[in-house]
Design a protein around this ligand. Structure first.
Ligand SMILES: [Zn+2]
Length: 282
């Protein structure tokens, strides 16, 4: 009898511990880097946002040795595209078909992806089509997304190009995103952009915990200045080592040190977690 009570008590304790562990994980936001500008963000409620999903990029360890990196993205709720270039649209169409994810981007890019690349039209909802300066709430209000300017170009590669159809179609204006997560960090993804002084406005309007900064387009020195302008608590370099002009983040990290700003260099394939707005140390 005593034995039975002890077993029951142990079982109850086990259930409580499992519940507690699950709740602790549920309160976390996870950011995974696939290389180049491709990131996934998993919210505390389990919604998955995928940004610029070129997963078959040469830096992604999940794309090496003939492996299919799309296996790792079984669940995606939203695909965010900063602009139409191929190293950002990546496998968006294939992932959208597999996961039924909704598209978040500007109207011209959305229109041409549907028309030219067969992006599923039913997954393009006008509520999620954005212009610069817009803010939308998604994931039942758990996530706010703001579209921010980017100084770059944008076009959509047209696989149906022919005598009367150009190889590159209009992609609207390139952009970046601020992604504010309830009970989680506020994240800035710069997209492809040169440094511009109005990044200060992003820093004034949003309290950024993390900035994912494109060090190839800005160069290490101006990317560090961007971290300063957007007033991020933590700067993470991206868009390097995939055939662009910058192969490592060393120069960027050195420039940040001069400015006494915090950085974290992710490795492609790595996931970092936040409890609330705090990065969980490894
Ligand atoms: Zn790019």
């Amino acid at each position: 009898m005593t034995m039975k009570i002890a077993t029951t008590k142990a079982f109850v304790l086990f259930i409580l511990l499992v519940t507690f562990a699950n709740q602790a994980t549920a309160q976390e936001t996870k950011i995974k880097w696939f290389g180049n500008a491709a990131f996934s963000i998993t919210t505390p409620n389990g919604k998955v946002l995928l940004i610029d999903p070129w997963l078959r990029n040469p830096a992604n360890p999940e794309a090496k040795d003939g492996k299919d990196p799309l296996v790792a993205v079984a669940k995606v709720d939203y695909i965010l595209l900063t602009h139409g270039h191929r190293d950002h649209v990546g496998e968006a169409v294939e992932i959208a078909r597999r996961t039924k994810a909704l598209l978040i981007c500007n109207p011209e890019l959305a229109f041409n992806l549907v028309k030219l690349t067969d992006f599923p039209a039913q997954q393009v909802d006008s509520d999620y089509i954005m212009q610069m300066g817009n803010e939308i709430h998604i994931a039942d209000g758990e996530v706010m997304i703001a579209m921010t300017p980017a100084v770059h170009s944008s076009s959509v590669f047209n696989p149906k190009a022919g005598p009367n159809e150009p190889e590159r179609a209009y992609g609207g204006s390139p952009a970046g995103f601020v992604i504010a997560i309830k009970n989680g960090p506020t994240i800035y993804h710069s997209g492809d952009t040169a440094y511009f002084r109005d990044m200060d406005t992003i820093g004034e309007n949003y309290s950024l915990d993390v900035a994912l900064l494109n060090i190839s387009q800005m160069g290490p020195k101006m990317a560090a200045r961007a971290a300063q302008s957007v007033r991020t608590k933590l700067a993470i370099p991206m868009h390097f080592g995939t055939g662009g002009p910058v192969q490592t983040a060393d120069g960027f990290i050195a420039e940040l040190k001069k400015l006494k700003l915090s950085s974290y260099e992710m490795k492609p394939g790595e996931t970092i977690s936040f409890r609330g707005k705090q990065l969980i140390p490894r």
